[in-house]
Design a protein around this ligand. Structure first.
Ligand code: NAD
Length: 456
């Protein structure tokens, strides 16, 4: 039985009680529902925003909870989702959906240009949130979401949709490198080969179908005329994001697309926060409409408590690192990473890894693989790690929370800013500013349509 919807003020008050009650073996969610042993209900009240396309991959998890509200700008897609969750109330504007009474949590699968907005709005309303990747599309968006999240870290469970993180290979890679398989870590090379070249924004073509609220689809993005090419798949089967994510106002190309997954392979190992310098190169000139296909970004990260400073190099769209051996054709790995230490290399993709000792005295005596009892257990279902964290009283117990993920995507966006600015940029990560090129700071943010507030 679900507790009746409280007012928003009492919701927040109930929520604060959660920490105190957790020790007593049960807790109260924002909606007022009870969780834990003896609780009448163990289901979250969830609002699903962006209901088709990628959202279908979450239907299984959502069926284990209560989907009480669904928001989509496409009536066609909404109708599809309503067959799955017929009891939900429907919305087309996520700003209204987030005020649906009694929701505990939000799962969001909209296009990328809404992500930072919806993340902030949800956190500001004390709602747990699972956000599809990428968490934001500018440095400023990433920083704002992280800042909002850090004020709620002990209360709200967050997860960014980097679900490959649940593959055991992620933990094994981390363990190998931390246990000394390649000696001292020096460089990391990480790449993706997906290419979606586009000349520029699409020209005006026709009018939006009655079933689509194009104005809300644009949302905070600056105005662009309608063209069905942006919707090749979202009004039908397939993955719609590849129709719009390379345009600056809607996404960040491969940085946010496959880059979110592939950089995660590295991020999970290196315990980095933010780089202190970045330099990008490309064979392409800057195009104000579309993100580059081919790009190389070199980041320097300061040392931490287990390693010296390291260099991380991101390659996309055909740019590739040099192979350490003529036996190894790195081009056969579409999306992968290569960790270089002073005793060799570990090369990996999402599910596989190989150790290549190289250099002097590489007898592996320096490598001390941890005992079985210290190997990280399997994570289990990635989405359900989040739903469990929403209920458990340990809300930060998710692998890709908004601090981890904001740091990662801020780093990626810094590479794009450096591509636009040119040259090598020194970055003050505390203040979020380039220190040796003031003009480059304009690329840390972007303009939005009036009437849309990112941190509302
Ligand atoms: N984690 C992964 O492996 C993975 C895979 C594919 C896509 N994604 C991410 O999922 C997101 C959605 O991708 P997609 O391919 O499903 O895109 P899509 O264009 O098909 O859109 C998804 C849904 O959101 C709806 N939508 C669009 N604008 C909206 C708005 N303002 N409010 C509410 N609903 C809105 C669309 O009508 C559609 O139903 C992207 O951010 C993408 O990066 C993640």
């Amino acid at each position: 039985m679900k507790t009746k919807s409280p007012t928003s003020v009492s919701t927040r008050r109930d929520f604060i009680q959660k920490s105190a009650l957790a020790g007593a073996g049960f807790m109260i969610m924002p909606s007022g529902s009870l969780f834990g042993a003896g609780a009448a209900s163990n289901r979250l009240n969830i609002a699903l925003i962006g209901s088709y396309g990628r959202a279908k991959a979450h239907y299984g998890t959502l069926h284990k909870e209560n989907v009480v509200a669904i928001c989509d700008v496409s009536q066609t897609n909404l109708a599809f989702a309503m067959k799955e969750f017929p009891k939900a109330k429907v919305y087309s504007d996520w700003r209204k959906c987030l005020d649906h009474p009694g929701i505990d949590a939000v799962l969001c699968c909209t296009p990328d240009h809404h992500h930072a907005f919806i993340s902030n709005w949800a956190l500001n309303r004390d709602l747990h949130i699972y956000m599809e990747k990428p968490l934001g599309i500018t440095v400023n968006e990433a920083r704002t979401v992280r800042e909002t999240y850090l004020t709620k870290k002990g209360k709200l469970a967050t997860q960014v949709g980097m679900q490959r993180h649940a593959y055991d290979n992620f933990s094994r890679l981390r363990e190998m490198i931390h246990d000394g398989a390649i000696g001292n870590l020096k460089d990391v090379h990480v790449w993706g080969n997906r290419k979606i070249p586009k000349p520029g924004y699409l020209p005006a073509a026709g009018t939006p179908p009655d079933s689509l609220n194009y104005d809300l689809w644009l949302g905070p993005s600056p105005e662009h005329p309608y063209n069905p090419g942006y919707f090749i798949s979202s009004l039908g089967p397939g993955s719609g994001c590849l129709s719009w994510n390379m345009y600056w106002d809607f996404g960040i190309g491969q940085m946010g697309d496959m880059g979110s997954h592939t950089m995660d392979l590295v991020w999970n190992v290196i315990d980095a926060r933010l780089p202190d310098s970045v330099k990008s190169t490309s064979s392409e000139a800057f195009n104000p409409d579309v993100t580059p296909v081919e790009l190389t970004c070199t980041y320097m990260f300061p040392k931490n408590d287990w390693r010296e400073k390291i260099r991380v190099i991101w390659y996309q769209g055909g740019a590739m690192p040099k192979s350490p051996s003529k036996w190894l054709d790195l081009n056969k790995i579409g999306h992968g990473a290569m960790f270089k230490g002073d005793k060799g290399f570990v090369i990996a993709d999402f599910k596989n890894r190989m150790l290549y000792p190289s250099g002097k005295d590489v007898d592996l005596t320096y490598y001390h693989p941890r005992g079985k009892d210290l190997v990280a257990p399997s994570m289990g279902n990635f989405q359900e790690q989040w739903t469990k964290a929403c209920k458990s009283g340990d809300p930060s117990a998710t692998a890709c929370n908004f601090e981890y993920s904001a740091n990662m995507i801020e780093t990626m966006c810094l590479g794009l800013a450096a591509f636009r600015a040119g040259g090598s940029l020194d970055y003050d990560s505390v203040h979020g500013q380039f220190t040796n090129n003031a003009a480059a700071n304009q690329y840390l943010t972007k303009s939005y349509r009036s009437g849309w507030t990112m941190n509302g």
